[in-house]
Design a protein around this ligand. Structure first.
Ligand SMILES: *Cc1c(COP(=O)(O)O)cnc(C)c1O
Length: 779
């Protein structure tokens, strides 16, 4: 038995008094994970010093997904663990019952996780800093086609990958509260386990030590209240912010983890550099993942001024050199803002420094010749509002967008005033995904196929994958590629059967849209096209149709009524089709429940068609699109976000691109009249009317009528059909049917899929993180 296996059995014995035969899945999970942490502990401990400059990724989300398989792969222990479990008559898939840590919402959080994986693999010293939410993103299930939510208790099988660092806890103070931030460190293990970085997540705890005075009711109640108030700070991801209390809680969360992280960085810095704070930017670079952690800027200035006796200009200079900001939003109205009143109520002494930053801004703008009348779009504090993105651009050294088209929109539109005065600060860093999780782990069959042909260098250098292209005209290779896809489709069908109890025919085309449910992502457009195909098959307009499964996975924010209405609508369409004998052998709609990273790992390799259909100019980048491309699906999409670069790499002829481009949307925006389209196009009418003709049932909620009105009437706060669904409807249906037709020639279709895989090299998060390290963090 290897040392590692002995270590597993020792832990099983000591912690659970069991051997491998009698241990439960959860006990095996905990023991294997702990043994794997021990395995790398020495390497890990040796690497957390500050001698070399380190980069820090501040993010309110880390959507890391299940860790055990990935970490074992990185440590080179996956095969061994598989064999060990086999020896005891178990399959490693038993560890798939362990809950994902879903400490994030979607793309932004998953990006943070991919960057940590890539940095460790590329030997870049990058640590993550965030919040250890007690409950992550809710768990979703369906009841009568409606989304329901329950709490995500991700620690139910323990948290064996985290190490609590009691002696490194720090105090964080608010106007009305003081709490401990206790760090939990997770190792981020690079492939090959040469570099091991850290994801440090902070947990909020009360200062009092709970020697509850049981005989003094008042004191007891006071202690309980203090504990609850403290723990609430790290209790849930994105608390409901409809009330002032909820908004204040979000401000508390943002300040909590950024202040704790900076305190820890400053104290480590002092150990090696004393108080030569001008060296701080040479010891640390901090990347702000969107605006949630932007309060770190005034907080670092405050710490340097109040605790380290620097002057404001000195501290400001250091902060600017330390921080950089990644923007993730194309839509200007979605940029984060807070009311001054709430900030003053929670962190008044930090607000003081925001005011000083605002004063500095006005001085700088004067110097640049900006007149008083032109100040409005720049003001960080504007009457009663604090604009976080403006502070982020002004008080950092670089601002970046996350796909080429997105960065161009920032420069021309969302942040154009800033680009005018600070053009040198703007950069593009197109997002990426880690090929270790999204190919090596999620698709071992395709990985083997690739490695057999070009070797395994692609695992740490995805540009190698281009070498596959020389087989593009080799029919036997393309058919081998097709066989792998079919195998992944069969495996997914089995998984969906197990999870949802639904049978999915693997002979059908798998047409997939998985991503958060949002109007701009246009799941409703997909739903309409499914209805249009349904009608077309029934009335004979559509012939020679290859049977298709339309697969959806998406969570809607609990308070987002329309998004929930769209889920119900899709489920109702699915029910109607399943009950209609005339078409049920050719169409099936499946909405899987509780879409998360682990589900994505099962679905992505099995897709034939990747739906990326957001309104042009709304999706900053997307990363789901890259996972599909790498696994050999064609993109059915608009020229939005990273889709633009995807088709540039793989060829427009190997994908299915449709719909209005950004320029066209901008040109028609002010005069767009969806009612005209509705009036003149009877196919549009037929599908839109399904929202109100009573054939589909919204359970008496009125939500379908509300969706109908949002398309044709609008509301005071948005225009009718804000996302141009009716405008793109015909083009989308045509392109989708074209893909369906072309699937008929499977060799030609799979060649397109194959060419997508061959050209996905640039979408590795290794490439992205190397660019950040060179061009922003200057490591
Ligand atoms: C990749 C991923 C996303 C992002 O998907 P997009 O299609 O880019 O929006 C969201 N959620 C999960 C679980 C993911 O794995």
């Amino acid at each position: 038995m290897s040392e590692f296996q002995k270590s597993i059995e020792r832990i099983l014995d000591v912690d659970f008094e069991k051997g491998p035969e009698t241990a439960s899945a959860s006990e095996l999970y905990q023991s294997i994970s702990k043994a794997a942490v021990r395995h790398i502990r020495k390497t890990w401990e040796a690497q957390s010093g500050t001698e070399k400059k380190r980069a820090c990724y501040f993010s309110s989300e880390f959507l890391i997904g299940r860790l055990i398989h990935n970490n074992l792969l990185s440590e080179g222990l996956l095969k061994e663990t598989e064999k060990y479990l086999e020896k005891h008559n178990m399959d490693i898939s038993l560890l798939e019952d362990i809950e994902d840590p879903a400490l994030g919402n979607g793309g932004l959080g998953r990006l943070a996780a991919c960057y940590l994986d890539s940095a460790a693999t590329q030997n870049i010293p990058l640590d993550g800093y965030g919040i250890r939410y007690r409950y992550g993103l809710f768990k979703q299930y369906f009841e009568d086609g409606f989304q329901k939510e329950t709490a995500d208790d991700w620690q139910s099988c323990g948290d064996p990958w985290s190490v609590r660092k009691e002696d490194e806890k720090v105090k964080v103070s608010f106007a009305d509260q003081e709490v401990y931030a206790v760090p939990y460190d997770m190792p981020v293990i690079g492939y090959g386990a040469v570099t091991i970085n850290t994801l440090r997540l902070w947990q909020a705890e009360p200062l009092c030590s709970f020697d509850f005075d049981l005989f003094n009711a008042n004191k007891f109640d006071q202690s309980v209240k203090e504990r609850n108030d403290a723990e609430r700070i790290s209790a849930v991801l994105y608390p409901n912010d409809e009330t002032d209390e909820g908004k204040k809680l979000r401000i508390r969360q943002q300040y909590f983890f950024t202040s704790a992280s900076l305190q820890c960085m400053v104290s480590r810095f002092k150990k090696t550099h004393g108080s030569s704070f001008e060296e701080f930017p040479n010891a640390y670079a901090v990347q702000l993942n969107d605006t949630h952690p932007v309060v770190a800027i005034p907080e670092l200035i405050r710490i340097l001024v109040e605790q380290e006796n620097l002057t404001f200009p000195e501290a400001f200079q250091i902060a600017r050199s330390t921080f950089a900001y990644t923007n993730h939003t194309v839509m200007g109205e979605a940029l984060e803002k807070w009311t001054v009143r709430l900030y003053k109520a929670v962190i008044p002494n930090v607000y003081t420094y925001i005011q000083l930053i605002q004063k500095e801004l006005v001085k700088d703008l004067r110097k640049k010749g900006i007149s008083k009348a032109e100040l409005a779009p720049y003001n960080i504090v504007d009457k009663n509002t604090i604009h976080m993105a403006r502070m982020a651009v002004y008080a950092t050294s670089f601002t970046n967008g996350v796909a080429r088209i997105h960065t161009e929109i920032l420069k021309d539109d969302v942040l154009k005033e800033w680009y005018r005065i600070y053009p040198e600060r703007f950069q593009n860093k197109t997002n990426g995904i880690t090929q270790r999780r999204w190919l090596a782990l999620a698709n071992p069959e395709l990985s083997y196929f690739i490695t057999e042909k070009i070797g395994d260098a692609w695992i740490t250098d995805l540009s190698e994958i281009k070498k596959l292209e020389k087989w593009k005209d080799d029919e036997t290779v393309i058919l081998e590629f097709d066989r792998i896809k079919k195998m992944k489709k069969r495996q997914l069908a089995e998984h969906v059967k197990k999870m949802e109890g639904i049978d999915m025919n693997p002979e059908f085309i798998y047409d997939v849209q998985i991503k958060r449910l949002h109007e701009y992502k246009r799941q409703l457009l997909n739903a309409f096209s499914i209805l249009d195909t349904y009608f077309g098959l029934k009335d004979g307009r559509i012939k020679d149709f290859t049977p298709t499964v339309y697969l959806f996975g998406a969570k809607a924010a609990p308070g987002y009524k329309r998004a929930k209405g769209i889920i119900k609508f899709i489920n109702e369409i699915g029910r109607m089709i399943a009950q209609d004998k005339e078409v049920a052998d050719r169409m099936q709609v499946v909405f899987v429940s509780n879409y998360n990273v682990s589900y994505a790992e099962k679905i992505t390799p099995a897709a034939d068609i990747s739906e990326q259909i957001s309104t042009a100019g709304t999706e900053a980048s997307g990363t789901g699109n890259m996972k599909f491309m790498l696994n050999g699906a064609v993109t059915l999409g608009t020229l939005d976000g990273a889709n633009v670069e995807i088709v540039e790499q793989a060829g427009e002829e190997n994908n299915y691109i449709f719909g209005a481009r950004v320029e066209e949307i901008n040109a028609i925006k002010d005069t767009y009249n969806p009612k005209e389209i509705y009036k003149n196009d009877k196919r549009v009418r037929a599908v839109v009317d399904m929202l109100i003709n009573g054939k589909l049932d919204d359970g008496g909620t009125g939500i379908f009528k509300e969706l109908y009105d949002s398309l044709l009437e609008g509301a005071s706060w948005h225009k009718p059909d804000n996302y141009f669904i009716l405008h793109d409807f015909r083009a989308y249906c045509d392109e989708k049917l074209k893909a369906n037709r072309e699937f008929g020639d499977i060799t030609a279709f799979r060649k397109k899929c194959f060419l997508n895989t061959c050209n996905a090299g640039t979408f590795s998060s290794d490439r992205a993180v190397i660019e950040y390290a060179k061009e922003i963090w200057k490591l």
